[in-house]
Design a protein around this ligand. Structure first.
Ligand code: PMV
Length: 352
């Protein structure tokens, strides 16, 4: 790909012209599922997540004066079609806000299997929002970055922050709905809670139905959607209380029922959306067996068949061993609480 060297932007002194950011995926313990506004990416419900310390995404954005198009590459491969359109639409939003029409060269390195329900879009758009905001000189604070990342992918609003984060749906009817919907970090007694997630990758391939399409279908056709959304608000209150008490069993119970409820809404959609596979259920059996043996282990699944098992850090190896026995050839990863998005220094080695 022909890359022009970035130049200083004299009439936009705040624009760095070249910026690189690193973000980590997050896993929701109270899920986001369903938009009330697709263009602004406004959800129907609040959600709550844990940012992980594995699978970072590194994204470099360089302004390209004279270029007619954006050039976007993921792991060295130029993006095309819908994935490219999504990134260009996001950059258009940044350009409009910055009043700076220049095209950009975007290079992303992902370490999470893309499109497998492992939240690569969360780390991806958190990193892109942060790097693009710096390159184009938007001068956003963390809340502003969270709002901006939300426009790329809802769950990305939470990856701006490390540890536990709460994404506010915002009030319908608000004068400026965009302003009311952002994530914020939560103060949680993390050491007492000692949370870990054992990630069971039962299938690293791309998903058959995008989360965007699956959400739309669920909201439009599932008779279970409204009841789940109502119970999810109650789950959020219970979850915050359980986190404050550092009660991992209560956190896990709420997370598991919230996730299973979300999948139930999809199974009742017309036509049904089913992300869970036979291998998912095998892991769920192993999780139930662990609980039978007195180990605190609770499962959560997103827009894919992979299972994330919440447990105590002190018991993570034991949980991982049990999960490994259940996944056959699938990979098992151990994760803990991770950091928020970070801008790298002015002369980063983006290929590192
Ligand atoms: O951010 P999106 O559009 O990829 O939505 C993903 C939603 C879930 O991962 C299924 C749940 C969540 O809250 O992260």
């Amino acid at each position: 790909m022909a890359v022009e060297q970035p130049v200083a932007v004299p009439d936009h002194p705040a624009a760095a012209g070249d910026a690189t950011a690193v973000a980590h995926p997050n896993i929701a313990l109270v899920k986001y599922w369903g938009k009330r506004d697709e263009r602004l990416v406004l959800p129907w419900t609040d959600s709550l997540s844990l940012t992980l310390d594995v699978f970072p995404t590194t994204t470099r954005v360089r302004l390209a004066p004279g270029a007619a198009h954006d050039a976007v590459a993921l792991d060295g491969v130029p993006l095309e079609g819908e994935p490219l359109r999504r990134v260009v639409a996001f950059l258009d939003l940044v350009r409009e806000r910055a009043g700076l029409p220049l095209r950009a060269v975007v290079e992303t390195r992902n370490t999470v299997p893309t499109g497998a329900g492992l939240a690569s879009s969360a780390s991806g758009f958190a990193a892109l929002a942060t790097a693009a905001s710096a390159a184009y000189g938007l001068g956003l604070d963390a809340t502003g970055l969270s709002r901006l990342a939300r426009r790329g992918s809802g769950s990305a609003s939470r990856s701006v922050f490390g540890g536990f984060a709460l994404w506010h749906a915002g009030q319908p009817g608000h004068a400026d709905p965009d302003l009311g919907s952002y994530a914020e970090p939560l103060t949680v007694p993390v050491r007492a809670l000692d949370p870990a997630l054992v990630v069971a990758v039962v299938d690293a391939g791309p998903k058959a139905v995008s989360s965007r399409e699956a959400m739309r279908r669920t909201v439009d056709t599932s008779p279970l959607y409204r009841p789940w959304a109502a119970s999810s608000q109650a789950d959020l209150i219970g979850m915050r209380d359980a986190l404050n008490r550092a009660d991992l069993d209560a956190v896990g119970e709420i997370a598991e029922r919230n996730a299973l409820g979300m999948h139930a809404t999809m199974l009742a959609a017309r036509p049904a959306v089913r992300y869970l596979s036979a291998a998912t259920l095998t892991v769920l059996d192993a999780v139930q067996e662990l609980r039978g043996a007195g180990v605190a282990a609770y499962a959560t699944m997103d827009a894919g068949p992979n299972v994330k098992v919440l447990c105590r850090g002190a018991e993570a190896e034991r949980v991982a061993a049990a999960v490994r026995g259940a996944v056959g050839d699938g990979a098992v990863h151990l994760a803990g609480p991770g950091p928020g998005v970070r801008l790298l220094g002015p002369s980063p080695d983006a290929d590192a």
